[in-house]
Each structure stands twice: as structure tokens, then as C-alpha cells.
Design a protein around this ligand. Structure first.
Ligand code: BDP
Length: 628
């Protein structure tokens, strides 16, 4: 009797816990099958991981992992077989691990497992964590940092590594670009070593953001001037020290002379002189310097902010050492819901450049709004060819929240980033479907409804926040919520919303045409001419490039003011619809906890969208209605 009771009890617990989902497992397999016999022709820590994943989760009977030197790509793989028996081949062990995850992905969504051949499109597929040493995260909306210095949670970091490897991410910058000089002290480096050791078998190399003035702030030198001999020697010694403890250390990410960070400009040196000093220190160890192009308010103060990166970096193109890569945000301003692509991608041709995307939703509702960024990134790749890029970075949205990302659907942005860094030609819709199938349910209705919502969600966010090319009208500093009337005399104009929308009695928008700041001239043709002319400028970027009369006639015959009202209203209607669908139709496809948590967030999103619409239309109406 006792035994039966016990069995019943454990069964109940098992059933409950197998159903209870809190989002912690992400998109990775839910149920162990342990049916497969897995064999390999080689051995390494990475192959052990691949073997373990297939042993645990491949629901067939047989899997074979083969190192095959005849294959060409170091990280690619092939898969041949079917759902019962598969052979994965790769040149290197990491390819086998990527292949194993691909098998499991295909298994989860009933995908094809025969004649599969995969190669990553970019060599560098990196996450940039904006994590501070005190555990806080700049623009983080999912709790504290998972990198708990001096108390590292190894189990959590293994899960982090596993999730990243499953989507092909192979680099991680552990700390904020607004970097603490303490990061490079020995006590922290010893901790970095532990993380590097842990991530290595998953194919992930560790990088650090550095503060350009580190030697000076730590009191070792009197200056941080890159031409100073002692400073140069300091960096050389530091590089040697780092590589003595982390032999495959990736390199440095640098934010210099931007938003108050120190840099070579403090000594009248160029970005190239600063980057090259660091590059010389890292070169003997094959390390890379990733130098960010997100600069404004320094050397070209007063110029239209969106032009400053090109002004600063174009004259330096070709002057960087071989192991320097520039890193440029997708748009010229700052991760807005919609921006045109950054013309840095047109103007820099001699220096490798990587794209920086923002996975964390700083300007897209943080962890309160369901906004799937895949379509935004697909849009970026319509203008920027993958061949022009040395790699992709994404500002991570990961924290210690149980579900990692704050919002269950924000996990999709982490997932989509990895998938697109692997293959930028993938459609955001296919990625959404894959992710939904692995994360929630493969039910056709569910996947159809929710992938449709996800696909629309970014445009919806643009609509209720800042349609038709409006930008940066967020509340000051935290960037959550609308503040179109924002102006503070004590701050630079570039931080004030009124500077960006320029609304007045005549119209609204920032004139960046050849008659205005001429930012359009930084674009290649046909975009330069297309954006320059009001008639050919795409309407979704109209107010980015032009100051347009309220009565201007849009393509559909409405006036600009009517169109603006239409978009704001439509954005709200869409979010209300998403909430309705989730609330009334999705419950039985999803476990209770995640259903409820998403439902709560959608409720917030509806409130927030209404606030955006009401505040913006009231404020802009104050100008528009006067005129009419
Ligand atoms: C902006 C963020 C700020 C970052 C900066 C950057 O508001 O917190 O430090 O970008 O990318 O989006 O350096």
C-alpha cells in the first residue's frame, strides 16, 4: 500500500513538473527520451557534449557523430538520415555539436534530416553583455547579471552556454561597453578564466569590454595617451597576462570618446591611433580589437548626430591594423523601433566592420512588450549585404530572471539573433515558427496565429510609438514611455525629443535632405536620391528625412496628420487584438504559468500603447490642429 501510494505520489509530481513550464528551458528539448545509441569516431569535451545531447534527447535509435577532415568549413556540418537514425559529419568537434543541436531542432519541428549541409555565414557571432561588475545590467530588463563575480553559478553558466551553442553563437563579451577599469585587474581576470573554461567546450570564446583609460585609472600610468611609451607597454604586458591565463581569449570591445567614455581623442589622437595601440598589444596572441562606431558629441559636436559616425570614421578607413574590426549599430541613431540602415556600411570599405543589433528591447517596450525583432533584422539585411560584414553582435537580453529574458516572447529575439547570425537569409517568419514549435507547441493553429502576431508585432510597435519615421521621442533616460515634449536645457540637444521631431505649426520631421543637414548624402545610390526627395522617400521613413507640412498628401490620399492618427490608432488596435487572441484562444495550447505571465504582459502592453497614442496625438495635435 505504502509503495503504491509512493508511486502515485511520484507520478503526480512527475506529471506536474513535466507540465509546469516557467520558461527556464528556453527552446531546448523538454523531454528526455534516452532511446538512442550514439557513437563517434573521435573524442573531446565538445564531442562529449554532442554525444550527451543526442543520448538524452534524440528520439531515434541510432546517431553517429563523425569527424570528417574532407569537409571544408571549421564550424559547418552535414546531417544524413531520418528521425530514427542519423549521421552527423563535421570537420571539427564544434561542427558536431552544432549538428547535434540541429538534429534536435529538426526533430522538434518535424524537419528534414537528410542531405542537410550547414555553414555559418559569419565567422563572428557574438553576444555583447552590458553587464556591470556590481551585477546590474545597463538596459537589462530580466534581473541581475548571470555573471556573479566571485560567486559564479556554474550550473547556470552551463545552461547559458548550451542555449547559445544550440543557435551557433560563438563569442561573448562579458561586460558593459561603459566598462569598469577594474575588469582588467587580476582578481577579475581569474574569474574570467573560469567562465572561459566553462564556455570553451561549447565553442564560445570570451571577450572583454575595456575602459580606454584603464592603466591611468588603476594608477599605473599618468596618462592613457596611446602614443605614450609606458601606456603602450602597459597594454602589452596586460595582453600577455590575459593570454597566459586564457590562451584563446577573443579580444577587446571598445567604446571610446562616446557618451563620456575616455578615448584617444582626449589626447588629440584618432580612433585609429587608439585602436592600433590595443591591436599591437593583442596581435602576438591573435586577439582582435572591436572598436565601436557609436560616437557622437565629441569631435563633430553640433553636427546632425546621425552623420557623426561617418564624419569621424570615413577619413580613417584603411588606417586600422589588420586585427581591428569596427562595430556599427544597424541604424545611424540608436536602436530605434525603425531607422534607416547606417550609412557607415556604405562608407567604410577598407576596414572590416561588424553589425551591432540590440536584442535587449531598450526602445521597443523593454520586457513588457511582445515585439519580435526578426522582421527588423531581416529589413536591415535588405540594405546591408552579409559579404560586407565581418560578423554580427547582439546586445544581450539575458538576466537572472527564471525565464532569462523577462518576457517569454523576448526569448524569441535571442533565438532569432543566433539563427540570423548563422544564416542572415533565413526569414523571420520561419524562425518564429521554429521557435514557437520548440518553445510552446507545434500545433498548427497555435503556430499560425502566434507567428502571424510575432511577424506583425514590430510594425505594430512602430505604429503606436513612432510611425512614419519619427524617432527618439522616449521618456528621458530610461526610454520607457512617450515624452514628445521632452526638453532639458541642461542636456545636449541630441538627448531631447523636441530636437528629433521638430514639430511646429507648419509641420513635423527632421530635414535631413540636401536642403537640410544633408545626411542623405552619406548613402549610396539609389538611396541617397530616393531619401532626398519627398516624393520618393519611403513613407515609413518620411519624418526621419523630411520636415513635412501637416497637410501634405500621403499616397493613400490622407493628410500627414490624418495618417499619423491612423498609425497610432492602428498600433493600439493591433495590440488589443493580440491580447484578445492570447487571452481567449491560446490558453489551451500553453501551460498555465507561461500563459498567465504572457497575458499579464499583454495587458500592460495594451495600456502602454494607449498611453503612447494619447500622449503623442495630444501633443502633436496641439500643432497640427492649429494649422487646420
Ligand atoms: C544607448 C544606451 C546606452 C548605451 C549606448 C551604447 O541608451 O545605455 O551605453 O547606447 O551603445 O542605446 O554605448
Amino acid at each position: 500500500m505504502k509503495k503504491i501510494l509512493f508511486t502515485l505520489l511520484t507520478l503526480t509530481v512527475f506529471t506536474l513538473s513535466s507540465w509546469a513550464e516557467d520558461g527556464h528551458r528556453l527552446w531546448l528539448p523538454a523531454q528526455k527520451s534516452q532511446t538512442a545509441h550514439v557513437s563517434t569516431n573521435a573524442q573531446s569535451a565538445t564531442i562529449d557534449l554532442a554525444k550527451q545531447e543526442l543520448t538524452d534527447y534524440f528520439a531515434g535509435t541510432k546517431a553517429t557523430l563523425l569527424i570528417d577532415p574532407a569537409l571544408t568549413d571549421d564550424e559547418g556540418f552535414t546531417i544524413n538520415g531520418n528521425e530514427d537514425s542519423v549521421v552527423v559529419r563535421a570537420r571539427r568537434d564544434i561542427g558536431l555539436l552544432y549538428g547535434a543541436y540541429d538534429v534536435l531542432r529538426r526533430q522538434a519541428i518535424q524537419g528534414n534530416m537528410n542531405h542537410v549541409e550547414q555553414h555559418p555565414r559569419f565567422r563572428l557571432r557574438m553576444l555583447n553583455h552590458w553587464d556591470n561588475l556590481d551585477g546590474s545590467i545597463e538596459r537589462g530588463y530580466a534581473g541581475e547579471s548571470i555573471f556573479e563575480w566571485f560567486h559564479l553559478d556554474e550550473a547556470l553558466l552551463h545552461q547559458y552556454a548550451r542555449a547559445n551553442a544550440s543557435i551557433g553563437i560563438n563569442g561573448s563579451v562579458l561586460n558593459n561597453v561603459n566598462a569598469s577599469p577594474k575588469m582588467l585587474t587580476r582578481e577579475y581576470l581569474d574569474e574570467v578564466r573560469k567562465i572561459a573554461d566553462l564556455l570553451r567546450p561549447y565553442g564560445i570564446r570570451v571577450y572583454l569590454s575595456i575602459n580606454f583609460a584603464t592603466p591611468m585609472v588603476l594608477g599605473d600610468t599618468r596618462t592613457a595617451d596611446p602614443k605614450n611609451k609606458r601606456v603602450r607597454q602597459w597594454w602589452k604586458r596586460k595582453a600577455k597576462e590575459i593570454y597566459s591565463i586564457i590562451p584563446d581569449f577573443g579580444g577587446f570591445l571598445v567604446k571610446a570618446n562616446s557618451e563620456g567614455q575616455p578615448g584617444p581623442g582626449d589626447y588629440h589622437r584618432t580612433h585609429a591611433e587608439g585602436a592600433n595601440m590595443l591591436a599591437d598589444a593583442l596581435a602576438p596572441f591573435n586577439g582582435t580589437v572591436i572598436w565601436r562606431c557609436f560616437v557622437y558629441g565629441a569631435n563633430h559636436k553640433g553636427e546632425d548626430r546621425v552623420k557623426q559616425a561617418v564624419s569621424e570614421f570615413k577619413p580613417l578607413d584603411g588606417k586600422f591594423r589588420e586585427n581591428v574590426i569596427l562595430q556599427t549599430k544597424n541604424g545611424p541613431l540608436d536602436f530605434q523601433p525603425r531607422e534607416p540602415y547606417s550609412p557607415v556600411f556604405d562608407q567604410i570599405s577598407e576596414t572590416p566592420n561588424m553589425a551591432e543589433l540590440q536584442i535587449t528591447q531598450e526602445y521597443t517596450g523593454q520586457s513588457h512588450h511582445l515585439v519580435y525583432l526578426g522582421p527588423m533584422w531581416n529589413e536591415f539585411f535588405q540594405y546591408v549585404e552579409p559579404e560586407w560584414l565581418a560578423g554580427i553582435s547582439g546586445v544581450a537580453n539575458i538576466g537572472k530572471d527564471r525565464n532569462w529574458c523577462g518576457h517569454h516572447f523576448s526569448q524569441a529575439n535571442w533565438y532569432a539573433f543566433g539563427r540570423l547570425a548563422w544564416d542572415p537569409s533565413l526569414s523571420s517568419e520561419d524562425i518564429a515558427k521554429e521557435w514557437l514549435g520548440q518553445t510552446f507547441s507545434t500545433d498548427e493553429n497555435f503556430v499560425y496565429m502566434m507567428s502571424t502576431i510575432m511577424e506583425e508585432s514590430r510594425e505594430t510597435c512602430v505604429d503606436y510609438m513612432m510611425p512614419l519615421g519619427l524617432h527618439h521621442i522616449f521618456k528621458f533616460d530610461h526610454h520607457y514611455g512617450p515624452e514628445p515634449d521632452g526638453f532639458k536645457a541642461e542636456y545636449p540637444l541630441e538627448w531631447c525629443p523636441v530636437y528629433y521631431h521638430q514639430a511646429d505649426a507648419n509641420g513635423i520631421g527632421f530635414d535631413r535632405s540636401s536642403k537640410g543637414t544633408d545626411a542623405v548624402s552619406q548613402y549610396r545610390e539609389p538611396y541617397a536620391s530616393m531619401y532626398d526627395k519627398l516624393e520618393t522617400c519611403p513613407e515609413n521613413l518620411l519624418l526621419w528625412f523630411h520636415h513635412v507640412p501637416w497637410t501634405y498628401q500621403m499616397k493613400d490620399g490622407s493628410t500627414l496628420w490624418e495618417s499619423l492618427q491612423y498609425h497610432y490608432n492602428q498600433g493600439v488596435i493591433n495590440v488589443e487584438t493580440y491580447h484578445n487572441i492570447w487571452h481567449n484562444k491560446m490558453r489551451h495550447y500553453v501551460d498555465e504559468q507561461r500563459w498567465r505571465e504572457v497575458d499579464d504582459r499583454l495587458e500592460d502592453q495594451v495600456q502602454n500603447a494607449r498611453e503612447w497614442r494619447d500622449v503623442c496625438l495630444k501633443y502633436f495635435g496641439g500643432f497640427a490642429n492649429k494649422k487646420q
